[in-house]
Design a protein around this ligand. Structure first.
Ligand code: PMP
Length: 366
């Protein structure tokens, strides 16, 4: 029950374990092409350009940063935790002049504060994290996408802990880049960076004056490969992660079979139920309100008198695995529970019972 790698569907694991084919085998070309097409449906981005590239979520962050930033460009990073801070560091590597608007732990930066900053200086790029996995805080991407469009800023959504779990309507919300990694709500073992770029983002990349500062991330190499597979032709830049791409095709099929609106609702219902159960036990959460609480994971604080190390040891005796805190400074004060992707109601109930048992073992009584 950690926030990634998550639990994976048996059909997905069958594809991971199947004999590996050539990356130019006809059935693999079909799987790759179909996975690219389905990404547009899952991202709700009919006009977007999808990319599937071997690497982790940090590579997806790198793809957007490397291709869209030129030395001296201004970038605004809205940070709600650890991964927003990472983005600021990453963009600096590509020569961006970075301004970070940082929310206190558990809170979000107000849209008004973002707009004030966008009026103060001319920015090329703005990044925000949909769900920061270190805090379980969820940002509302819709107003930020629209603000980006209004001020002529390219918007980049880190959806690593949200795509295929939280509501995202990339085209409608005018968000230029939305990316994730395979091991979260998309439901495939770690190893794929998944990104969809808007026509505006692709134009900005095409209009660059300087070469992309990363050889591996450069869309110059990858765009012809993505286009070829979608046209059901083989192409090569780097050997694709054949089994993971085949598994992605299986998982995206399952996601679309469930339906995006039903999937969003299921995540919202499970997240709400889990938080209610935690509150029922007398626990409080890092996110300051329901409105900014993620549905893909939760971050409950240890109640007074319970030490993190004791709790982790106690819950280790059950069959439930949860994650510790992550945000520097406060990481020993809370734990994290993922409830995205293939998680069932039974998993939620078992986890709630295991947390209750571990708290009791630590001497906690509500
Ligand atoms: N962004 C967010 C919001 C994340 O949760 C993570 C990973 N947990 C990353 C980026 C980086 O992804 P990865 O660990 O796959 O490199």
């Amino acid at each position: 029950m950690i926030p990634g790698p998550t639990e994976f569907e048996p059909e997905v694991m069958m594809a991971v374990g199947a004999p590996t084919t050539s990356h130019v085998a006809p059935d693999f070309i079909e799987s790759f092409g179909h996975a690219l097409e389905m990404m547009r449906e899952v991202w709700l981005a009919p006009s977007g350009q999808p990319f599937i590239i071997a690497g982790s979520g940090t590579l997806a962050m790198d793809l957007a940063g490397a291709n869209l930033v030129e030395p001296g460009d201004r970038a605004l990073v809205i940070s709600t935790g650890y991964f927003g801070d990472r983005y600021a560091e990453l963009l600096k590597r590509y020569g961006a002049e970075v301004t970070a608007l940082k929310a206190p732990a558990g809170e979000v930066v107000s849209d008004a504060a973002v707009e004030t900053e966008l009026k103060r200086k001319r920015y090329k790029l703005m990044t925000f994290t949909h769900v920061d996995t270190s805090t379980a805080v969820r940002v509302d991407p819709e107003p930020l996408g629209l603000l980006g469009e209004k001020h002529g800023v390219i918007t980049v959504l880190d959806g690593v802990c949200s795509v295929a779990g939280e509501v995202i309507r990339q085209d409608e919300w005018k968000i230029d880049v939305v990316f994730t990694a395979s091991q979260k709500a998309v439901g495939v073992p770690p190893g794929l960076a998944l990104l969809v770029a808007s026509p505006r983002a692709m134009e900005a990349w095409k209009g660059r004056k300087s070469p992309v500062g990363s050889y591996y991330s450069d869309w110059t190499h990858w765009l012809p490969v993505m286009k070829a597979y979608e046209e059901r032709r083989p192409a090569y830049f780097g050997t694709p992660a054949v089994n993971l791409v085949s598994a992605l095709e299986v998982s995206l099929r399952l996601i679309l079979k469930e339906g995006m609106e039903a999937r969003f609702r299921r995540h919202s219902d499970r997240g709400t139920a889990f938080r209610k159960a935690m509150r029922g036990m007398g626990l409080t959460m890092i996110p300051a309100s329901e409105e900014v609480s993620a549905n893909t994971l939760s971050a409950p604080l240890y109640p007074e008198g319970v030490k993190g190390a004791d709790f982790m040891k106690a819950i280790g005796d059950s069959d439930v695995i949860v994650a510790g805190g992550l945000l520097p400074g406060i990481k020993d004060t809370y734990f994290r529970v993922g409830h995205m992707g293939a998680v069932t109601n039974g998993d939620i109930l078992t986890t709630v019972a295991a947390i209750d048992g571990a708290l009791s073992a630590c001497g906690y009584r509500k």
